[in-house]
Ligand binder design. Sequence first.
Ligand code: FAD
Length: 328
Amino acid sequence: MKRFHVVLNAFSDDIEKQISEICGLTEYLLEDVKKGNTFIVGDGKMDEDDKHRLAEMAPTKSVIFVILKNLHTEMILDCLMETMCFGDVYLFGSSSFGQEMAIRLGKRSDGSSATGCQWAALSESIVYVKKQVYSNHMMATFCMENSPFCISAARGLEGAMPKAGKSEKEIKTIDKTKDQYPANLTNTIFEEKKPSGGLQTASFVLVGGRGVKNKAGADALARAAEGIHAEFGASRPVVMNAWAAMDKLIGVSGSMIHPKVCITAGVSGAAALYAGIEKSGFIIAINRDENAPIMRKADVVIVDDCQEVLRALQICMEKERADETQAD
Ligand SMILES: Cc1cc2nc3c(=O)[nH]c(=O)nc-3n(C[C@H](O)[C@H](O)[C@H](O)COP(=O)(O)OP(=O)(O)OC[C@H]3O[C@@H](n4cnc5c(N)ncnc54)[C@H](O)[C@@H]3O)c2cc1C
């Protein structure tokens, strides 16, 4: 018999949202999944009333509070591993905490993990999940074979909140506030990511193609994009080789963009890619091959090595910016 466990982060004040997301995901889990524990991770400031209120909302009968000094994922992973049984399913909300926990628990326990899922179902010893891929253009079904199954919900998923049951909740508390951090870890620091409007709204985009050659080439192009204040996008071979993240994909299977200026570098201009950039105001193509299809479609073409051209462009733009600052 499989059990499903829910892990909620009470350091964040959106517990109801986390439960609703997880209930949206579990609506489809078959009924032979026996309910397990709801782990609620929080700090020592939680009083008995807070605990009672949170326990009432929990989707399982058994509730385990894990009390920590601060949100330390290593200690939570230890707790989950201690009670883990073969075949268990662990469900997390959509936040970065949920995603991190799903991935790390799956890895640590030699199980499997899937993040951003919209649907999950169980069939014998396999868990199937559905999630959106290719910048939300397609829905894919993944098959998870290794237990335990660690799954985080997709953002915005909504399910019916569990009704407050007549039966009393079984509440247990694990106090880890006095535990020492593992020797190799003393604290966790979160670094804020610079906000970015993303490819869909960018007015200046640099798209790298297979001509970047490898991961180092793609990274150099991404840095060049930053240097010239452009958003970085990539063609399919670049993302399929994992030289860039999947959400950078431009074209019919990825983002369809409409910037004022689009520079393509080492891109041949296949129809599937071009459909994603044709609404650009102005296209500049850099390619070593003057006969590549993109060279007939672009407004300006540069026949040269793309990395060299971009290095030169970056130097020009930096000089221009410095001159402007001096003039001010
Ligand atoms: C159903 C379907 C959906 C698809 N969806 C997409 C999609 O959404 N997006 C997408 O991109 N593709 C998609 N494709 C794939 C698409 O058909 C092409 O295969 C792909 O766009 C080619 O990518 P590329 O231009 O980077 O590579 P290539 O076609 O291999 O071109 C590389 C180019 O780089 C040039 N080059 C090499 N070295 C250098 C250098 N040093 N400096 C300058 N230039 C250099 C070469 O001359 C060449 O023109 C899809 C295909 C199918 C069948």
